[in-house]
Design a protein around this ligand. Structure first.
Ligand SMILES: Nc1nc2c(c(=O)[nH]1)N[C@H]1C(S)=C(S)[C@@H](COP(=O)(O)O)O[C@H]1N2
Ligand SMILES: [Mo]
Length: 434
């Protein structure tokens, strides 16, 4: 309370007309011409000018809410528009459906738990942690049944990883469809996961020599299963029970989910209850949930596990138009299922010229990476694109590149370069070039 009292005193000591003038001059001096020119706008956008400095705002004139009013905190009521959103016509039912992360509202690379997109095939079950078990059986020396407490007694591991649904951007293959980066790119989230390494738990059960594949199964009504090759399972898969420091949210797989870092989200089985160890994949069990890509010659790509390098400019974007000319902070996200992002380039003219963006540390493998470009908008039309490159040297393709290899009938694994057309009034539109 001390600092606040001081502020009040300093206000009351200065006649308000004088301090207002001082404040205006100070602002101009601080930020320079371009940014300060918006001052009339700033006055106009406040709901009540009486609350602006140097006046004492209404919220300083009474006590605020107390420490226990929100035993579990929630965002400011003024941020109520920052929510996951779905596209109603996209799926036939609400249980087997998807909603999208509001990427354009986020900073840094961590997705807050309440904003991680959801993708369920049979709704999200509500499982009591103490009644949950993980069974490991099949080609193992000792079939095991774990409680959650058992799993938490193994050495914990925490890692940041993105999860992207292979269908992210699937509606955009044939042309631009959805006008908003929440909808074109929001089937991705990135949190700090905590759990136990899958290898540790498999070692406990003891793998037989011909154990080559795993079939993880979910406890949801869809009983989702996917075949995972042993090499990946022993490399960097985790059994996660926490996200961003707290237990998983029910919609993200509480109490236990499989993590398959860098690979398509479909394989990250939620509400994990069983892992069967076998010597070959279980295609017959996966028919309803497996993702395959249909190629121009009618053949299907069967194993398309890795999420290739991709990026998106989140600001500006259709939901976040430019409101003033002058200095702008372009913000975006890049990721690669093969490792770290090495470089991101940004174009202002639809891909003719490129400029390298500033990557923000830490740049972690199989994790979202935040990038920025400071630029000056002169009020003319601009065609914004971003292009990610990962540490393997792979470069994010254009739609023309991708169509050449995969045709136009695909749905999954669309990692093309996105174009936003900024028009002279600052609005951004999802457009397709070439
Ligand atoms: N048990 C189970 N696991 C599941 C699914 C499901 O329907 N059931 N959906 C999968 C798909 S297709 C995706 S993209 C991710 C989505 O994870 P999220 O809901 O945390 O975003 O979970 C995967 N794991
Ligand atoms: Mo998915």
């Amino acid at each position: 309370m001390l600092w606040r009292k001081k502020t009040r005193d300093s206000h009351t000591k200065t006649p308000s007309s004088l301090s207002r003038r001082l404040f205006l001059r100070a602002t101009t001096a601080l930020v320079g011409g371009t940014l300060a020119s918006a001052l009339p706008n700033r006055l106009a956008t406040a709901a009540n000018a009486e609350n602006l400095p140097p006046n004492l705002p209404s919220w300083s004139q009474h006590l605020g809410f107390s420490v226990d009013d929100r035993p579990y905190g929630r965002p400011s009521q003024h941020e109520g528009h920052v929510v996951r959103r779905s596209v109603k016509w996209l799926t036939a039912t609400r249980e087997s459906s998807v909603n999208f992360t509001p990427l354009h509202e986020l900073d840094g690379f961590v997705t807050p738990n309440g904003l991680c997109f959801e993708r369920h095939h049979g709704g999200a079950p509500d499982i009591p942690s103490q009644d949950h078990r993980l069974m490991i059986h099949g080609l193992v020396n000792r079939p095991l049944l774990f409680t959650m407490d058992d799993l938490m007694r193994f050495p914990p591991v925490s890692r940041f990883h993105f999860l992207e649904c292979a269908a992210n951007g699937g509606m955009e293959w044939r042309g631009s469809q959805l006008n908003g980066c929440q909808y074109t790119h929001g089937m991705v989230h990135c949190v700090q996961w905590t759990g136990v390494s899958l290898k540790t738990v498999l070692d406990e059960a003891g793998l037989k020599s011909h154990a080559k594949w795993l079939l993880p199964e979910g406890a949801d009504s869809a009983a989702m299963t996917r075949s995972i090759p042993m090499e990946k399972a022993l490399d960097d898969c985790l059994l996660a029970y926490s996200m961003n420091g707290e237990r998983l949210r029910p919609e993200q797989g509480y109490p236990l989910r499989l993590l398959v870092p860098g690979w398509e989200g479909n394989m990250w089985v939620k509400w994990l209850r069983r892992i069967e160890v076998g010597d070959q994949p279980w295609h017959h069990r996966e028919e309803t949930s497996k993702y395959t890509d249909l190629l121009p010659d009618g053949k299907a790509r069967r194993f398309t596990w890795v999420m290739e390098a991709k990026s998106i400019i989140t600001n500006p974007s259709p939901e976040k138009p430019l409101s003033v000319k002058g200095v702008q902070q372009l913000k975006g996200l890049a990721w690669s299922g093969r490792g770290k992002i090495k470089r991101v380039d940004v174009s202002f003219d639809g891909g003719m010229n490129w400029q390298t963006a500033r990557l923000e540390e830490p740049v972690l493998p199989k994790c979202l990476t935040r990038f920025y470009v400071e630029w000056n908008w002169d009020g003319k039309s601009v065609m914004l694109q971003s292009r990610a490159m990962d540490e393997t040297g792979y470069v994010q393709p254009t739609y023309a590149d991708l169509h050449q290899v995969r045709g136009e009938n695909s749905i999954y694994h669309n990692n093309s370069i996105q174009t936003w057309l900024i028009n002279p009034n600052g609005e951004a539109e999802n457009v397709r070039l070439g």
